[in-house]
Design a binder for this molecule. Structure first.
Ligand SMILES: [Zn+2]
Length: 457
């Protein structure tokens, strides 16, 4: 089944064919680690995690790189505000980022380059660009000379005159042209910096990605991904730097961009007070419901986030996990899950996750009706491709907010209640039921004994 992917560069959906089918390369712009990330920042990592899962089914080797930007002005500001070295900030928030991503069921990338580990490569790329006449040094800065690259603007469809007229670029005395952008800038003694031919300084953000991409994946990569807020200028600048440094070679063959999140129909902003941190959401909601919500819209479209939408995702997962719980005794080979063709076909069609989820719902219906090992395996196999339904159904039902309740404590109370009922001490049995209710636990007495789950908020 061929994979088709929309390419932001050609503005068409095209059959995906890697340069080297033995080694598919993909790069996603990662976080700048100076605070906790918000849920909008998690959409790209979740979406491209699904793409990586799909590619791994088609190709023997996929090298997926997601970087960490660990030197940047916002990091400097955070470090100065706390009076600590930048590594205190970057280590703290890189760790938090890893925890958040793991919480959302995102597999770690194959490589995770750090910008500060690539300073030599960044300096070398600057020197190459200067030598080839695409960059110049001025007042401790190195700037990319946009006029030297006539194709500039091809990705975003902007021309440079429009940019100047729209004042989208910073005017500075050391620039030859207002559209020229910074590759290297001087650091004052209290700021993080490295020695370079242009004095002590630090890299601009754009060149970090170009240098890390080349160092980790090669000069031409198959897929470069990111949020559509990065399309201009970040990705436009990456293309200019990499193409010019590498003698005109294509930098990324596919450019993929995910849409932004809105919150109850509004843009997320600090002033509106609707900034939702992944870190906080993971404590309030089952993480898998957050992942499901992020996959519920097509990745290129905007996606609205609301409490109602999360509750709907929780209900959907309740239904699917109920099927799996009812089929707990149906034995399957969990190590050899099938890849249901309808789910795969939806993902092969430009990562159509809403369609894939609709197919997964049909597989859940089939498993509910037929209860066969094949139907159960299909449901789990379809879920695996999306990174869903991989936990024990009992664990899914035993949680409060994002956290699983203390199952041992609940079981002990249920044992005590059973004993009380056996001794016809109904007052005690009712008291235990009340205690469980207060803990948010709902119990159902049935022919096969007592089952418990967590009450809906
Ligand atoms: Zn980047």
């Amino acid at each position: 089944m061929p994979i088709s992917l929309y390419n932001s560069l050609t503005r068409r959906t095209e059959p995906f064919a890697p340069l080297d089918p033995a080694r598919v390369t993909m790069y996603l712009c990662g976080p700048t680690v100076y605070n906790y990330v918000h849920i909008g920042n998690a959409r790209g990592p979740v979406v491209f995690d699904v793409l990586a899962r799909l590619l791994r089914r088609h190709y023997p080797q996929v090298v997926y790189a997601r970087n960490i930007t660990d030197v940047e002005d916002k990091i400097n500001a955070a470090a100065q505000a706390e009076g600590v070295p930048i590594t205190t900030i970057t280590e703290r928030y890189a760790r938090a980022y890893h925890e958040d991503m793991a919480g959302l069921g995102i597999a770690p990338p194959d490589v995770e380059p750090y910008a500060t580990a690539h300073i030599g490569a960044i300096v070398a790329m600057n020197e190459t660009l200067i030598a080839k006449g695409h960059a110049y040094a001025a007042e401790g800065h190195v700037l990319f000379d946009v006029a030297s690259y006539p194709e500039y603007g091809a990705l975003s469809g902007r021309d440079t005159e429009e940019l100047i007229a729209g004042a989208r670029v910073e005017i500075a005395p050391y620039k030859k042209n207002p559209t020229d952008f910074v590759l290297w800038k001087p650091s004052t003694p209290e700021l993080a910096g490295w020695d370079s031919p242009w004095g002590r300084g630090r890299p601009g953000w754009h060149i970090e990605c170009s240098a890390m991409c080349a160092a980790q994946l090669g000069e031409t990569i198959d897929i470069h991904a990111g949020g559509n807020d990065l399309l201009f200028p970040h990705h436009e600048n990456e293309i200019a730097q990499s193409t010019c440094a590498h003698g005109g070679k294509t930098f990324a063959r596919w450019w993929m961009h995910n849409g932004m999140l809105t919150f109850d129909g509004r843009k997320m902003s600090k002033s509106l007070g609707n900034v939702l941190l992944v870190h906080e959401l993971l404590k309030l909601h089952p993480p898998e419901a957050l992942r499901l919500r992020l996959l519920s819209g097509h990745y290129r479209q905007p996606l609205d986030w609301s409490d109602g939408a999360i509750q709907q995702s929780v209900s959907t997962l309740d239904g699917w996990y109920r099927v799996l719980r009812d089929l707990a005794d149906v034995a399957i080979d969990a190590a050899q899950l099938p890849v249901p063709s309808a789910v795969k076909a939806a993902l092969c069609d430009d990562l159509n996750t809403p369609q894939a989820l609709a197919e997964l719902a049909l597989l859940a219906d089939a498993a509910r009706q037929h209860g066969t090992p094949a139907a159960k395996a299909d449901l789990l196999g379809g879920g695996a491709l999306l990174g869903l339904l991989q936990q024990d159904p009992e664990t899914w039902f035993k949680r409060v907010g994002g956290t699983t309740v203390n199952a041992a404590q609940v079981e002990a109370l249920l044992d005590e209640r059973r004993a009380a009922r056996g001794a016809r001490d109904f007052a005690r049995a009712d008291a235990i039921r009340d205690e469980l209710t207060a803990m948010g636990v709902v119990i159902e007495d049935g022919a096969q004994g007592t089952r418990w789950s967590i009450a809906k908020a």
